[in-house]
Design a binder for this molecule. Structure first.
Ligand code: PMP
Length: 288
């Protein structure tokens, strides 16, 4: 596998970062998870825009322009002959002396991995996931804006462990007010009385690129959609529920905390959204 790192394309065995990299020492960095479908990178511009906003928020000077990053992403896929897969683009504060101060780091480290992805097994797309709410809360927006896709994932990782201990593959994380924020790596949606509802970023949700695609799909299929605070009760009593993420795409949820959602099967609107999403990923994108 070929990895892009700091301007070079090298074999993955040669792709190394320093033990003094602040991305490793302090989680000081940002990233994007991006998909390529049939040789087209899905919503690359949106991912790069989100990355630029994350960089701005943490006051990290982007080492490459949007066009240079876009070219590097596409070239990494080409060099790996990857037409379908997952791209991980990471920018860290770079290597510097010990100590939190980001100005100890001379220049950011940047690397791009283009690889295969293992999705949830097909049976969960057909039959839906059974998930749980976990005790670990989403980091509050006044502590670290959830809109920053940073290398700080420990609270999501703890939530993932709690989900596994409860026998579930995903978990709903609440914010400090007790409202639904998101899942450990996916955004959450419910369908209630023919309307799609999802938590706002202010409730602790990442502004997912798949989530923004769902707004477009809702318009296309004529289903109203809005952002609102959601409680666990709202999800338990919803007609349908689904999750979205670059890795998971659109996946139905049929049970939360032991409560069956709707009729216990992936809902009609969820299925329409999923079908439209699958069409879009084949039709849209930046040709590598
Ligand atoms: N929330 C979190 C915490 C995430 O890490 C992700 C990305 N996997 C998402 C939501 C979904 O965002 P996207 O659709 O951009 O992948």
């Amino acid at each position: 596998m070929v990895v892009y790192i700091d301007g070079k394309y090298v074999d993955s065995t040669e792709a190394k970062v320093s033990v003094f990299d602040h991305g490793l020492l302090y989680g000081d960095g940002i990233f994007e998870g991006i998909r390529i479908y049939g040789g087209n990178v899905f919503r690359l511009e949106e991912h790069l825009e989100r990355l630029e906003m994350s960089a701005k928020a943490i006051m990290l000077a982007m080492p490459l322009s949007r066009a240079e990053l876009s070219a590097a992403v596409c070239e990494t896929c080409r060099r790996n002959k990857l037409n379908d897969g997952y791209i991980r683009l990471v920018i860290t504060r770079g290597a510097g002396d010990l100590g939190l101060a980001p100005w100890l780091c001379e220049k950011p480290t940047i690397f791009i991995i283009a690889s295969k992805i293992s999705l949830y097994p097909q049976e969960y797309y057909d039959n839906g996931l059974s998930i749980v709410t976990v005790p670990t809360r989403r980091i509050a927006p006044d502590a670290l804006p959830p809109t920053v896709k940073s290398l700080n994932y420990l609270n999501n990782i703890l939530a993932k462990i709690e989900a596994r201990q409860a026998g579930a593959l995903e978990a709903i994380m609440l914010n400090s007010q007790g409202y639904v924020a998101e899942c450990t790596a996916d955004n959450v949606f419910i369908v209630q009385k023919g309307e799609i509802v999802t938590p706002a970023a202010s409730a602790g949700a990442l502004k997912g690129i798949t989530r923004s695609t769902i707004f477009d799909i809702a318009r296309e299929i004529g289903v109203p959609m809005r952002e609102a605070d959601l409680t666990r009760y709202d999800v338990w009593c919803a007609d349908e529920c689904f999750l979205t993420g670059t890795g998971a795409e659109v996946i139905p949820v049929v049970k939360l905390d032991g409560r069956v959602i709707g009729n216990g099967k992936p809902g009609g609107i969820t299925q329409r959204v999923l079908a439209s999403f699958r069409k879009r990923v084949q039709a849209e994108g930046t040709r590598i």
